[in-house]
Design a protein around this ligand. Structure first.
Ligand code: R5P
Length: 292
């Protein structure tokens, strides 16, 4: 048996994962003290048991809550702890871009590893960040789940907004059985990107733009404009991690977006696809079998 403990940033994924794996949810009390510090208390015994702690490491305060959950589960004598990070915050600062910078992904990964026997995360920005954990770490991809949703929408062209998302687009297109292409993007700063114009075979098509993250929406908004200029009939955007910072939603709609789709790694109004299935598959493939 393996208990599934969901933190306050991943309640939905935890519940879906428990259902997928046919394992019980572990109840807990989460509250804050008047000075806003967190409090976590497990409502059940996990001594000698396996526990999967599911918590999206975003925003900062949810990382603190994760550390408290790990401490409580470890202290209660769990036999094995798997930390599931539907979204691994800080993963984009995965190296020193300038001398003197913190490698944030490494700093967070090392701390999470303290009370973990293994880690599973979904669509990390770069795969190499898995090596920052000091325990075995695995990733899984939400692309197939997103592509299944897109196929229902009768999408007939998939676009990656930059080269980094090209493999993702190829995989989704193969699942849907349609063509794909990618754009060249230059990032000027955190909120400004430039897309190099390129002829796309998108005229009259229903196009899905697929990426790992929608943050400020700048990348997607520019790609939508390019597609609309080239006569795409419909443009939907799909991402694994929907951060939707500031006016991101308005930016996408103003650019002509017909539908916004994201998974539930960061729960939001566009969480139409769950990552629980790909996480469950990773448990079954990479970690010793969970017995009922
Ligand atoms: C960057 O390489 C990522 O894959 C996304 O394209 C990026 O994080 C999206 O950011 P924004 O929505 O702010 O343009």
């Amino acid at each position: 048996m393996m208990y599934i403990l969901g933190g306050t940033s991943a309640g939905r994924v935890a519940a879906n994962l428990a259902r997928e794996l046919h394992q019980p949810l572990l109840q807990a009390t989460f509250k804050r003290f008047p000075d806003s510090e967190f409090y976590v208390r497990l409502l059940g015994s996990v001594a000698g048991e396996e526990v999967a702690i599911v918590q999206t490491a975003y925003p900062d305060e949810k990382i603190v809550e994760l550390f408290l959950m790990q401490d409580a589960v470890h202290d209660a004598g769990a036999k094995k702890i798997t930390v599931v990070l539907p979204y691994f915050g800080y993963s984009r600062q995965d190296k020193k871009f300038e001398e003197g910078e913190a490698i944030s992904a490494r700093a967070i990964a090392e701390h999470i590893s303290v009370h973990a026997d293994s880690v599973i995360t979904v669509d990390p920005h770069k795969e190499h960040i898995l090596r920052f954990f000091t325990v075995p770490a695995f990733s899984c991809s939400a692309v197939t789940s997103l592509a299944r949703y897109l196929r229902e929408k009768q999408i007939d062209f998939v676009l990656a907004p930059d080269k980094g998302a090209k493999d993702r687009a190829r995989e989704a297109a193969a699942f849907i059985n349609c063509e794909y292409d990618y754009l060249e993007k230059t990032r000027i700063d955190g909120t400004t990107v430039i897309i190099t114009p390129k002829k796309l075979e998108a005229h009259g098509k229903r196009v899905a733009i697929i990426d790992d993250i929608i943050s400020t929406g700048g990348t997607m908004a520019n790609s939508i404009k390019e597609l609309k200029k080239q006569g795409a009939k419909e443009v939907v955007v799909a991402c694994t991690h929907g951060l939707f910072i500031g006016q991101a939603k308005e930016k996408l709609l103003a650019a002509g977006c017909d539908e916004i789709i994201s998974t539930d790694t960061i729960e939001n109004e566009f969480s139409k696809v769950s990552v629980a299935h790909c996480i469950a598959e990773t448990f079954q493939k990479t970690l010793p079998r969970v017995e009922n």
